[in-house]
Design a binder for this molecule. Structure first.
Ligand code: ASP
Length: 302
């Protein structure tokens, strides 16, 4: 039995009337590519970033190339990652103009004394680091899927704001050395106000990794912040809950507050959990015995 395992998500904003064949194929391809990298001994942190970059670049989710604009028409992207082995974290919030926010988060972690950079400062730093620009931002985003998943063409801003739909991406990894890592990246919820920052770039709320678990969230970020959703999974596991019980309890708490979304989580023994209380959650995984799974709807409702 190999020890490494992985679980990723493409957001909790799935709609039952839509077809997800492209996303299913894409998620499977990402897991297959990362399986080869993990077998070659890649670190959990590197794989969390690489998988998230592939999801950002696909244009199929509301992150990276698939980003959707805020109410002012600007693309403000959030991302974070956390390395369980060192408890280091990096994040960017309201970043504009860069292709892969998760790479900027990695650079904040590796090359600054800080955990999070926001707005113009984040963009200046990403530029200094030589990170890839979007180029012609308008053309780039117009070409992309723009999260069609969650906002069908013609949907009014009012409806979007009310629905607070979502399609974040994230990944949790256990490598063969037993290290855990998590990364999450998003353009946020539809109809968000300029300057709005959700849970995704906040370690503890949108991503978490320590020596016991790695967790990534997707859903109405305001609720994930108010429940410290991802870190809370770790605290519950430390108090004796199974990973499944811990993640379901957090989603139930979010649901009781009126929020929706889902969590993906992985523990140091390679157990996975992926509950949600939304209509669906795009997700795929690799188990420690090498099996790959992909789901959008079905089981795992919290
Ligand atoms: N949680 C993200 C946010 O609130 C949205 C999502 O998961 O799609 O920004």
């Amino acid at each position: 039995m190999t020890r490494h395992a992985l679980i990723l998500h493409g957001g909790a904003g799935a709609r039952p009337e839509r077809d997800y064949d492209r996303e299913v194929d894409n998620m499977r391809a990402v897991v297959e590519a990362m399986k080869i990298r993990l077998e070659a001994g890649a670190s959990a942190l590197d794989i969390a970033v690489e998988a998230t970059v592939m999801l950002e670049d696909s244009g199929l989710y509301v992150a990276g190339r698939g980003a959707s604009p805020n109410l002012a028409g600007a693309y403000e992207l959030d991302a974070s990652l956390m390395d369980g082995a060192t408890r280091k974290a990096g994040a960017v919030a309201a970043l504009q103009g860069f292709r892969n926010p998760v790479r900027a988060a990695r650079a904040v972690m590796d090359r600054t004394p800080h955990v999070m950079l926001a707005g113009e400062g984040a963009a200046l730093f990403a530029h200094d680091q030589g990170l890839e620009l979007i180029g012609d931002e308008a053309a780039w985003f117009t070409h992309a899927g723009k999260g069609e998943d969650n906002h069908p063409p013609g949907t009014s801003p009012d409806v979007l704001a009310g629905a607070l739909s979502h399609g974040t991406v994230g990944c949790c990894v256990l490598d063969s050395a037993g290290r855990l890592a998590a990364a999450t990246s998003t353009a946020g919820v539809f109809g968000k106000m300029p300057g709005r920052v959700g849970d995704t770039p906040i370690p503890g709320a949108g991503s978490w990794a320590d020596g016991h678990v790695a967790v990534s969230g997707t859903g109405q970020g305001e609720y994930f912040i108010r429940t410290v959703a991802c870190a809370q999974v770790s605290w519950r596991v430390a108090a004796g809950a199974t990973l499944d019980e811990a993640t379901r309890a957090v989603i139930a708490e979010i649901g009781s507050m009126g929020g929706d979304g889902g969590l993906i989580a992985l523990d140091r023994d390679g157990r996975i959990a992926h509950p949600f209380n939304s209509q669906g959650m795009k997700r795929a995984w690799l188990t420690t015995d090498g099996e790959i799974g992909v789901e959008v709807f079905d089981q795992a409702r919290a």
